[in-house]
Design a protein around this ligand. Structure first.
Ligand SMILES: [Zn+2]
Ligand SMILES: [Zn+2]
Length: 428
């Protein structure tokens, strides 16, 4: 009677099956059929939403399958958070093979979505993240908001225009340009004003195929002592650290003046070449921009610890490396830690569960909304923090999105788009 079962473990997005596990203990012959993820059809077997007048999600899996294990806390969370709005049931088909059989599943985990009348609407094979599940209900037209739906913050026009003169705003980071650290890059027709040598290196690492020698020949920095602009490559740099561990860079035309300043504010005196190699040593693992680890998100992939220059870039690391990642981001307002783990290009876990993302966008010349760049993105532990952060940034435009959406936006980029990510003029 031991018919080999054909329940497969889907470890990736339905297409990438990495393991096939025969159902040894289970005596259930489960008929193998071509992957059917669409609603209806022969796959809709039972109508198990018995008695319940709310929609229902059934997850068929096993307690020992890896993607199933990743789903367990998500299902538990949904069960609590959406109690009374939709039911969540987990069926272990290894322990309870007959149950698996009646649903006609081919792989575990499989999630089946039922409306309140018990009609099957959709089934999905493989790991399915929280936001993806919630998004699917929405797509299926099932209201699970329980009247609590927040549309999220959308700001299409600035609350107040940015009236700062252009030459006092950093081209890269949008901060005010201080008179003692102003850095200029001469272009063909116009010059870029940057707030510091650090923003120059971010700028430099955002240019496709930039030649450092050619680029830096056009750079002037402000002499800390006199306030005059001098050639960047000839200056001496007093390189210290602030209380957060971020480098502080003071440029001096005259080495003696640098040595004098060093007495008052300790640091090391560096020539431009050394400064350059330090500044370019740590890069965003998605877009390759220079970053300071103190400003960046921590991104762990495999045994490697890397950085994402912004929260959205950190999600992009999963897309660029086609790997599961763990991200440690800081709330844009308070610095509280937000942890995201991905699995197969979806959010597997999010702490705190209330965390959301801000997608800073601006209207392009063609009227399309495009990313406003890495400095305008952020994650927040909740919507209230985002609200406060926005209040302090009246010129900011964009929209609130879920962290799953921030990841999904990156996952759908082509390799060509990823290669150009965050390059000047190509903000993806
Ligand atoms: Zn800047
Ligand atoms: Zn980046």
């Amino acid at each position: 009677m031991k018919t080999p079962a054909r329940i497969l473990i889907v470890a990736a997005l339905a297409v990438a099956v990495i393991g096939a596990v025969a159902l040894k203990k289970g005596k259930t012959p489960v008929e193998s059929k071509p992957a059917a993820t669409a609603a209806g059809g022969e796959a809709s077997k039972p109508a198990p939403a018995t008695g319940a007048k709310v929609p229902k999600l059934i997850d068929l899996g096993a307690d020992k399958c890896i993607p199933c294990k990743a789903m367990a806390p998500i299902l538990e969370g949904l069960k609590k958070e959406y109690a009374g709005r939709f039911d969540v049931e987990f069926i272990d088909v290894w322990k309870n093979p007959d149950a698996g059989k009646q649903y006609g599943i081919e792989m575990i985990p499989t999630q089946i979505f039922y409306d309140a009348s018990g009609k099957e609407l959709f089934r999905h094979q493989g790991f399915f993240g929280k936001e993806d599940i919630l998004g699917k209900w929405k797509e299926l037209g099932v209201d699970i908001s329980g009247g609590k739906a927040g549309a999220g913050i959308v700001r299409e026009a600035p609350v107040a225009a940015d009236t700062r003169p252009r030459e006092s705003v950093c081209f890269m980071c949008d901060e005010n340009v201080g008179t003692k650290t102003k850095t200029l890059v001469k272009g063909e027709s116009e010059q870029r004003v940057l707030c510091s040598p650090h923003c120059y290196f971010i700028y430099f690492s955002s240019i496709v195929g930039a030649d450092p020698k050619a680029a830096e020949a056009k750079v002037s920095v402000t002499d800390w002592a006199s306030g005059n602009l001098v050639a960047a490559t000839g200056a001496t740099y007093l390189y210290g650290l602030d209380s957060k561990g971020r480098p502080t860079i003071k440029a001096f035309a005259d080495k003696e003046a640098a040595t004098k300043e060093q007495q008052a504010s300790p640091g090391n005196l560096l020539a431009w070449d050394v400064l350059r190699s330090k500044e370019l040593a740590t890069r965003c693992a998605f877009c390759d921009r220079a970053v300071y680890p103190e400003d960046a998100c921590g991104v762990k992939f495999g045994t490697t610890h890397g950085h994402g220059c912004c929260t959205h870039c950190s999600m992009g690391v999963a897309a660029r490396l086609k790997q599961d990642i763990e991200v440690e981001a800081k709330d844009g307002l308070t610095g509280e830690i937000i942890r995201v783990k991905t699995l197969n290009g979806m959010v597997a876990s999010l702490e705190p569960a209330t965390a959301i993302a801000w997608f800073g966008q601006k209207k392009g010349p063609d009227g399309q909304w495009v990313s406003a760049g890495c400095f305008k993105q952020g994650f927040f532990v909740n919507e209230a923090n985002l609200q406060k952060w926005l209040e302090a940034r009246p010129a900011m435009t964009g929209r609130q999105i879920t962290i799953a959406q921030a990841l999904a936006d990156k996952m759908k980029l082509t390799p060509e788009q990823i290669a150009k990510a965050c390059k000047l003029g190509e903000c993806k």
